[in-house]
Ligand binder design. Structure first.
Ligand SMILES: NC(=O)c1ccc[n+]([C@@H]2O[C@H](COP(=O)([O-])OP(=O)(O)OC[C@H]3O[C@@H](n4cnc5c(N)ncnc54)[C@H](OP(=O)(O)O)[C@@H]3O)[C@@H](O)[C@H]2O)c1
Length: 232
């Protein structure tokens, strides 16, 4: 099984990448990056890195070459809102890959898994007391990527994951932070990575919009299975 990833250099995306590489059912991971990943990871035998100069222009031949992937894990983004990274780039991928898939004979729908966030808002009229434009910009992406899936149901499925605070390795005591905030507000990055990967590989029965509690609970279950599977 081949899987695509964007944002693999980020604090969340790097853990999603590691999870994919360690998954026994994933045989190939293609990371679209703007600069090379660290040498300790870029040499992994399952990993292919493809340098993208401009994420608003996806060369058709590149997408064709990877249209056999089950899905895309989109981890690019900013906290403060960037029109390119948070809106235009993911939409450019969705539309470009959609055009390529429409030319192909029947295959299971491509799963687009987008890393959004708990505080993102689709309602553009709502008054917000912090990061209003960033949260609404990401909300527009949610709305448009879900609409794309509705209009292209034969070839496309969109999953939006909306974690609260993600406890990553960069935090001093990630496990403690996740425990203190609880399962509605926080998720450990390993649980999020396992959950996102599962959505791209399968995701049957999951809602299109997925909130923190579901990510934590299913993520824990998946991690447990994963640990048992990779035991020597
Ligand atoms: N951390 C949390 O607790 C949390 C919680 C909920 C949601 N989120 C959301 O999850 C997303 C990722 O968070 P993170 O903490 O992993 O962020 P991060 O460590 O800053 O990583 C961001 C990723 O996006 C890429 N990126 C950003 N701007 C780009 C651009 N203009 N062109 C190409 N690539 C670009 C970065 O690539 P380079 O390495 O090449 O710069 C990197 O791979 C963000 O949207 C964030 O708001 C985070």
């Amino acid at each position: 099984m081949k899987i695509l990833i964007v944002g693999a250099s980020g604090s969340i995306g790097s853990q999603v990448l590691l999870h994919c590489l360690s998954h026994p059912d994933i045989t190939a991971v293609v990371a679209f990056v703007r600069r090379n990943l660290p040498a300790n990871i870029s040499g992994h035998p399952k990993l292919q890195c493809v340098i993208i100069q401009d994420f608003s222009k996806w060369p058709e031949e590149v997408l064709h070459a990877h249209s056999d992937a089950v899905g895309m894990l989109w981890n690019m983004g900013t906290n403060t809102g960037d029109m390119l990274a948070d809106l235009e780039y993911p939409l450019a991928f969705i539309e470009s890959m959609g055009r390529v898939l429409e030319t192909q004979s029947s295959r299971p729908p491509f799963k687009y898994v987008h890393l959004s966030g708990k505080f993102v808002r689709q309602n553009q009229e709502e008054k917000l007391c912090f990061l209003e434009e960033a949260r609404k910009m990401k909300g527009r992406l949610e709305t448009r990527s879900l609409a794309f899936a509705n209009n292209h149901a034969a070839i496309w499925k969109t999953f939006i994951v909306r974690p609260g605070a993600v406890a990553t390795e960069n935090l001093l005591i990630p496990g403690v932070i996740a425990t203190v905030l609880g399962e509605t507000l926080s998720v450990r990055v390993e649980e999020l990575a396992a959950f996102m990967t599962y959505l791209a590989m399968d995701g049957r029965g999951e809602d299109s919009l997925i909130e923190n509690t579901r990510i934590v609970r299913k993520g824990r279950e998946l991690l447990e299975q994963h640990r048992n599977n990779i035991k020597p």
